[in-house]
Design a protein around this ligand. Structure first.
Ligand code: CA
Length: 230
């Protein structure tokens, strides 16, 4: 059955082009031009594409409200090109991905597919082994491997990798990584995260694998690549 996407966007040109591309790709689409109009359509949506500036409020409010209610419907935010702060904030509020304007409708469709794929495979955290193709960690033995070769990691490096491997392809902001790896109450700077990532990459390269399996997403953070190559 076709999956239903809700597009919340008040600019008709954008809303129409995104909705056209999605329909052509086999999705069913609802469009709303305000938060109010979106309200009755939320229940049917399997994914939400959300503009941040809407006539009756901010997309952030909707993300926050849904996540507080325990609604985990995937959300892709449409942000302006220079809205780096917005993108970071959207991911931290609970959005799953973002697309920066101007974008091609095909790019949006590709993101929708990727996010839905991830959402479909995500609810299996009980498995102790997370794999992203070449990279893998075993939480129980705290062993990490790349392309079948063992990685000697520090505690922090292991935890960073393990965190990102929970959702290959998902972007983690530095603040999210700090939160999950160090937890509250530690004065960890972004630079500290960068330096641990750097040394993690060195070890991956030292095991004859591609250090860019751990990708930098400029202006946002890091992710483990979904690509196949080691
Ligand atoms: Ca707008």
């Amino acid at each position: 059955m076709a999956q239903r996407v809700l597009v919340v966007e008040d600019e008709p040109a954008i809303s129409e082009s995104v909705s056209y591309a999605l329909k052509r790709d086999g999705f069913e689409v609802d469009c709303a031009d305000s938060l109010g109009a979106a309200e009755t359509l939320l229940g049917n949506a399997e994914l939400i594409i959300l503009d941040l500036m809407l006539p009756d409020g901010s997309g952030f409010d909707l993300i926050g409200q849904l996540r507080r209610d325990g609604n985990l419907t995937p959300i892709i935010v449409l942000s302006s090109r220079d809205g780096e702060a917005d993108r970071v904030a959207a991911l931290e509020t609970g959005a799953d991905d973002y697309v920066a304007k101007p974008f091609s409708p095909r790019e949006v469709v590709a993101r929708v597919r990727a996010v839905l794929r991830r959402a479909a495979t995500e609810p299996e955290p009980p498995s102790k082994t997370s794999r992203a193709l070449a990279l893998c960690v075993d939480e129980e033995t705290r062993r990490a491997e790349v392309g079948g070769r063992a990685l000697e990691l520090t505690r922090v490096e292991f935890d960073l990798l393990s965190c990102m491997l929970q959702s290959p392809g998902r972007v983690y902001t530095r603040a999210q990584l700090i939160d999950r790896v160090w937890g509250d109450g530690f004065a960890i700077t972004d630079r500290t995260v960068d330096s641990h990532i750097k040394s993690l990459r060195k070890k991956v390269a030292g095991a004859d694998a591609d250090p860019h399996l751990i990708e930098t997403v400029r202006g946002v953070g890091y992710r483990v690549s979904e690509s196949q190559s080691a």
